[in-house]
Ligand binder design. Sequence first.
Ligand code: UDP
Ligand code: MG
Length: 316
Amino acid sequence: MDISVIIPFYNEEESLGELYQWIKRVMDENGYSYEIIFVDDGSTDGSWNIVTELKATAEQVHAIKFRRNYGKSPALHCAFQKAEGDVVITMDADLQDSPEEIPELYRMIKEEGYDLVSGWKKKRYDALLTKNLPSKLFNATARCVSGIKLHDFNCGLKAYRKDVVKNIELYNEMHRYIPILAKSAGFTKIAEKPVHHQPRKYGKSKFGASRFFNGYLDLMTLWFLNRFGKKPMHFFGILGTLMFFIGFVAVIVVGATKLYDMHHGNPYRLVTESPYFYISLTMMILGTMLFLGGFLGELISRNSPERNYYRIEEEF
Ligand code: UDP
Ligand code: MG
């Protein structure tokens, strides 16, 4: 099969029929063999009925229905497991992404050999203040942290070589960082393609402004997991040693100063009267705690079923 189109949706009953017809038209015009996997992320409107009606008319339609709303990443994750096409294309259900982009995305994966092609909403039809500007900042941070030169990490329209979706694991809200996950799984041929974007035709956006804050925290998590996920001691140990060392030196200075003053008959105070004593004590305690954190991290990562899991590309 050439293409799997994956469409996660949450309460998008007005768009689904139209979107399906549009995708079908593009696929038929280009003669692709394809499947469309709809994932109902716990919709409470009539979306699921529409999907079951579509299934009755076309064998290319497949669908998964969650019992409740889990989020876009879990929806994509389940569809990724199911996808069988050589090229997997994800697309939002709200008609903001255009199916007309599919042939070019497919060509870039198949002929130019990219692992992942991410859409870039170059001209974007969303609210400026609540979405476009924060999104620029978000993308700049993601570029900086990951070293991947993309303008639009979170674009819903993306195309993947099948291997990629079978080798990355989305959870929580990690759909914003699929290119980063792909890169750390060893898929480095990542490109972007400017895509057409439309204003939302029906319904309203499912993510509020909290997305940017959560997105930023998730980015920190990803950075940490990538660098230190398998060797937490290298993170906590360095910080802990540094803290402890500073505290230790400082406490010696505090004590030595007192001894010096005592010896030379200068006026002197109890060490506990000096604020530096407490600061150095705190530093030493924090340092020890960080170290303990490192040991605990090592215990946890040692028990991880993934501790000896490597993605082997070829083997003779
Ligand atoms: N979506 C989903 N589960 C959710 C929230 C959103 O499957 O919990 C789907 C939604 O139906 C749409 C896509 O994810 O197909 C993108 O959502 P939306 O258009 O609301 O995001 P925006 O365009 O505002 O970034
Ligand atoms: Mg949208």
